[in-house]
Write a protein that binds this ligand. Structure first.
Ligand code: BDR
Ligand code: CA
Length: 313
């Protein structure tokens, strides 16, 4: 089967970095048409730079990287240096990128790519706030019908919130954008915290990255070691969740994940629950399903896949 054509929309972030590495390591299943950076974990100037550093780490400097929106649609940017460090990629020391940033705006790249390919042949993979995707949908509503699938990391139901008591970071940062994406009508697959909190980098799993004995293995081990301190302290877990790589893993081995096709709406008006993904997991409303909301992951299978693929870089 031909590899699936994707655009990764991202705010690196250590876990974003691992998602990019996993996708770039899997050309048989995934063709990365481009990487679009958005403001999120850290400001845009850093996320676009970090995305290029990660492509160079992967040995793929030919990857197209675009800068997108530097602020949410209607709100002030909330960042997450408390999790990811000042650079967003704290942990390893990576060289500044020498590969170019593309001239075009990320939003135009998303629109042009969807219009330039046959309908339903390009998948969008957002793993940060949804500002770029929502802006593209607003600017060019015709693209909604052309999207093969949107596979995103965001939201939570059973795990509720990580940035507020009820909201997950990516959705909370730009809830209006999330509202647009969840209502756009394209097939939508969601990796919420309910899944990603089951994909924890334990000491043994981190040792397996290190045992790859390669620059990529070392960098990933150092990234996860840096950012796990936050989740260890907060949740008392043995290691940090690898949120964003769940999206890439789903494209390679969808059978690792299971969930339900349900209605998911985004809260955009309540101060208390802003950015909550109101997921009708139990089917108690009559609202029409709009998303496959994942709930389970085979975490051993996920880490086996990830480690094997990182070993190819
Ligand atoms: C999400 O927020 C970011 O901090 C991570 O990169 C991930 O995309 C998890 O809530
Ligand atoms: Ca992210």
């Amino acid at each position: 089967m031909a590899p699936r054509k994707i655009i990764i929309d991202t705010d690196p972030g250590q876990d974003d970095a691992v998602a990019i590495l996993l996708a770039l390591a899997s050309p048989q299943e995934i063709e990365v048409l481009g990487i679009t950076a958005v403001a999120g974990n850290v400001p845009l100037a850093l996320t676009q730079k970090n995305a290029r550093m990660v492509c160079e780490l992967a040995g793929k400097p030919e990857t197209l990287v675009f800068a997108g929106c530097d602020a949410p649609l209607r709100r002030k940017l909330t960042t997450a240096e408390h999790v990811h460090g000042k650079t967003g990629l704290d942990g390893p020391t990576l060289p500044d990128p020498t590969m170019p940033l593309q001239q075009a705006h990320a939003v135009d790249f998303i629109i042009d790519t969807l219009r330039g390919h046959d309908p339903k042949t390009v998948t969008l993979c957002p793993v940060g706030p949804l500002t770029n995707i929502a802006t593209a949908l607003r600017k060019a509503p015709d693209i909604a019908d052309r999207i093969q699938e949107i596979v995103l990391m965001g939201g939570a139901y059973f795990e509720v919130g990580n940035i507020t008591p009820t909201a997950e970071f990516n959705i909370y940062v730009d809830p209006e954008a999330a509202g647009i994406v969840f209502a756009c009508g394209a097939p939508l697959t969601v990796m919420p915290l309910d899944v990603t909190h089951k994909a924890l980098v334990t000491a043994k799993r981190n040792a397996a990255f290190r045992a790859l004995n390669s620059p990529v293995g070392d960098a990933v081990a150092l990234m996860t070691e840096f950012y796990e301190r936050f989740d260890r302290e907060k949740y008392g877990t043995d290691g940090a969740p690898l949120h964003d790589p769940c999206v890439a893993a789903y494209l390679i081995r969808p059978e690792l994940f299971s969930g339900r096709f349900i209605n998911v709406e985004i809260e955009t008006s309540s101060d208390l629950t802003l950015g909550m993904t109101v997921a009708d997991w139990w089917g108690v409303s009559d609202r029409a399903p709009n998303a496959t909301f994942m709930g389970q992951v085979d975490s051993d299978g996920f880490f086996a896949l990830l480690t094997e693929r990182l070993g190819r870089l």
